[in-house]
Design a protein around this ligand. Structure first.
Ligand SMILES: Nc1nc(=O)c2c([nH]1)NC[C@@H]1CN(c3ccc(C(=O)N[C@@H](CCC(=O)O)C(=O)O)cc3)C=[N+]21
Length: 304
């Protein structure tokens, strides 16, 4: 079988267009303009690329968008005081502190200071708690898992009773992804570096989410015929075939072999990555709507 490719880039584009319309309506009806603040510490080129695309998406969605670029030697105290200022800024509904932070800054101290209702990454312990306690509707849900779930439901529909294996146990992807799949009534396994016979575990899955950060680690012969494969990995590897010193992006899944077994598969690039950015816009709109006392939108059904 050859898998159907899930076009995350196109679906993310549709979603941003719907969000732009909804933002316009919100602005006209309530005068609330969704505001997103992105903080980046240091000048890592890869981070700069992501932050720039977040800013572009925010503009396209009719949001108010600000970026704070701080020097790499910025003190923890200065970063905390900027977060505090943004917490109290009524024009800002969403705050994102780009990770990773430099070693001299305590990441959890910074993330825990962000007001939970402005925490569009969904990393604050209050939001983690709401999601795992089954109160997803009150939480801010992390963008990459939320985007991955939309892609999965779009191709499979109802997920109830399906077996899902999440490879990777990070706080930003693996754990919240597992919580979302559980809330959809999947039978969920979280696999990780100590899992015994990982290929056998993955072979049992109707849904495979690969989020380990190891290029092309999940092989085609691990995939059950017809499974839905969601590749969260973004790895830059050398590509000498493109010329001296060139690189290319690959996922955590060995696409060429997996595409021969899966029913559906996300490519890298053009799969989960663009959905992450679209869901950041969705979370910012949600945060703004909540301040106006409005109900949350269902972004999956907004896509139709
Ligand atoms: N607080 C925080 N929140 C984040 O959400 C966050 C973060 N820190 N730190 C860095 C990672 C990485 N990340 C990506 C988002 C989109 C693409 C994306 O759109 N990728 C394109 C390709 C981009 C390229 O060519 O490099 C794609 O997959 O098609 C990639 C990576 C968000 N992150």
């Amino acid at each position: 079988m050859t898998a159907t490719r899930i076009d995350g880039k196109a679906i993310a584009g549709e979603l941003r267009a719907k969000i732009a319309v909804e933002a316009e309506k919100l602005i006209n009806e309530t005068k609330v303009v969704p505001g997103l603040a992105v903080i980046i510490v240091g000048e890592d080129p890869a981070s700069q690329v992501y932050v720039a695309s977040k800013g572009r998406a925010a503009n396209e969605c009719n949001f108010h968008s600000v970026q704070h670029t701080l020097a790499v030697d910025t003190s923890e105290e200065a970063l905390l005081s900027l977060v505090d200022e943004l917490n109290n800024d009524i024009a800002i509904h969403g705050i994102l502190v780009q990770l990773p932070l430099p070693d001299h800054i305590d990441e959890s101290k910074v993330l825990n200071l962000i007001r939970p209702d402005k925490d569009v990454d969904g990393f604050h312990p209050i939001n983690v708690g709401l999601l795992t306690a089954g109160e997803r509707d009150k939480a801010m849900v992390p963008c990459t898992p939320a985007g991955s779930l939309i892609l999965t439901k779009r191709v499979l529909g109802d997920l109830s009773g399906k077996t899902a294996v999440v490879v990777g146990r990070s706080n930003i992807v693996g754990k919240p992804m597992a919580a979302l799949l559980l809330a959809e009534s999947c039978t969920v396994t979280i696999a990780h570096s100590r899992t015994k016979d990982l290929p056998a575990v993955v072979r049992g899955a109707d849904i495979v989410v690969a989020a380990v950060g190891r290029p092309q680690m999940v092989k085609g012969d691990w995939i059950k015929e017809g499974a839905c494969v969601i590749d969260v990995g973004i790895n830059r590897i050398p590509a000498p075939e493109r010329g001296e010193g060139k690189t290319r992006l690959v996922g955590d899944v060995d696409y060429d072999s997996a595409v021969e077994r899966a029913g559906f598969i996300t490519p890298v690039p053009g799969g989960v990555g663009p959905m992450t950015i679209a869901l950041l816009m969705a979370n910012t709109l949600t945060a703004a709507r909540r301040t106006a006392g409005l109900d949350d939108l269902d972004y999956a059904s907004l896509l139709g």
